[in-house]
Ligand binder design. Structure first.
Ligand code: PMP
Ligand code: GLU
Length: 403
């Protein structure tokens, strides 16, 4: 069978692959600690579930407008006004089947062969592949641990060529939990505006932010920035609704109507019932969001303390999202260790993730998939007890390699 060459350009989502593998091992009876899953471990709040159940009973089970119901668009408009001081009209909003779908659609309508799209690393695993599928070239800008994995204005400037169309930026970031202050964003914005490129701002972790830091999306800093931005967000992370598949994009009418046209020829509307649930998520009580973020912060404190106590492991303290991205490169292949443990030489993050799964029954994602091979990604969207147990297993497995 001959498949289209386009499919060879991409790999299966590494995060979803690890999660599926961990689930299969658990189902087969192995005592796996799952640090792979990129989703909150909390249940979807009851008021949101009830809204969906009401929608089913009311027969709200048919096609809706392709780009989402007016009711949900209005809820998104109110959210963007309330949280981000951004004013949009209905014609500037499109609802899709998750933020991943919104990102995919916006890339499809904006990019093509010959274009370059900037992606600061460490990046979320899907950005390069989403760009590859448009025919454009993802250009990775490697940020430095010494800069807190933050993109520097000089790095941004140096990466921009006449072919550069846009930057995909996301904070708090997956995998390192990096956040930017308003001042840092203004410095990046000055370069973006001077060079005339677009911004795709993936704000999916906006609400999972620590130590009382404020969140600013770039579009909210000025009208000029709003004009060149597409804001992507969704309900997956903030409301623990990963399975409901509702995301959205806000941007110029020209881009949003192109995305809606594109969507009309692939998925049609996002699920009607899930749209009703998302209206309740955005318009209903918001207290649960803060409760979840505070719980994640406690887990962050615990996991960072435990990981950095392991000899040779270093780790930035995440400022948001629910991942840590420790550097375990000191445990990769070294002559002295080779003599002690010749059958267990680890050369890269993929081998490290396999070793930790086989040896320690801990599932996590190789850092190489996020562009930094000395690292591994651990999702701490799990209980404090599992965190303690899982990190202890990692510690013992690593020490076996080195000593
Ligand atoms: N952006 C980032 C940075 C993510 O980690 C994820 C993970 N799911 C998404 C977008 C997509 O979220 P969803 O499609 O569930 O809305
Ligand atoms: N975004 C999550 C993660 O990084 C969920 C899986 C995915 O869509 O990549 O693990």
């Amino acid at each position: 069978m001959k498949l289209a060459s386009r499919i060879a350009l991409i790999k299966p989502s590494p995060t979803l692959t690890i999660q599926a593998k961990a689930n299969a091992l658990k189902a087969s009876g192995r005592d796996i600690i799952g640090f792979g899953a990129g989703e909150p471990d909390f249940d979807t709040p009851l008021n949101i579930k009830e809204a969906a159940i009401r929608a089913i009973h009311a027969g709200f089970t048919k096609y809706t407008p392709v780009g989402g119901t007016d009711e949900l668009k209005d809820a998104v408009i109110a959210k963007l006004q309330r949280d981000n001081q951004l004013t949009y009209r209905r014609s500037e909003i499109v609802i899709s089947c998750g933020a991943k779908h919104s990102l995919f659609n916006v890339a499809q309508v904006l990019f093509e062969e010959g274009d370059e799209v900037l992606i600061p690393s460490p990046y979320w695993v899907s950005y390069p592949d989403i760009v590859y599928l448009t025919g454009a070239k993802p250009v990775v800008i490697r940020t430095r641990v010494g800069d807190g994995f933050k993109l520097q204005p000089s790095q941004l400037e140096a990466a921009i060529t006449p072919r550069t169309r846009a930057i995909i930026i996301s904070y708090p970031s997956n995998p390192a939990g990096v956040c930017y202050s308003r001042r840092e964003l203004e410095e990046l914005a000055a370069v973006i505006l001077r060079k005339g490129i677009m911004i795709i701002s993936d704000d999916i972790y906006e609400k999972i932010i620590y130590d009382d830091q404020p969140f600013f999306t770039l579009a909210s800093l000025s009208d000029e920035l709003k004009r060149v931005s597409i804001v992507i967000n969704g309900v997956s992370k903030s409301y623990s609704m990963t399975g409901w598949r509702i995301g959205y994009a806000a941007g110029s009418e020209e881009i949003v109507s192109a995305m809606t046209k594109y969507q009309s020829q692939n998925t049609s509307n996002p699920t009607s019932i899930a749209q009703k649930a998302a209206v309740e998520a955005l318009n209903g009580p918001q207290e649960g969001v803060g409760v979840m973020a505070r719980e994640f912060q406690k887990r962050r404190d615990l996991i960072v303390e435990r990981l950095t106590a392991i000899p040779g492991v270093t780790c930035l303290k995440p400022q948001g999202a629910f991942y840590v991205f420790p550097d375990v490169g000191s445990y990769y292949e070294r002559g002295d260790r080779f003599e002690i443990c010749p059958h267990k030489v680890i050369r890269n993050s993929a081998e490290m993730a396999t070793y930790l799964l086989d040896e320690a029954n801990v599932a996590l994602v190789p850092g190489g998939d996020f562009g930094h091979d000395d690292h591994i990604r651990i999702s701490y969207a799990t209980s404090m007890e599992q965190i303690e147990k899982g990190v202890e297993r990692i510690r013992l497995a690593l020490l076996k390699l080195k000593y």
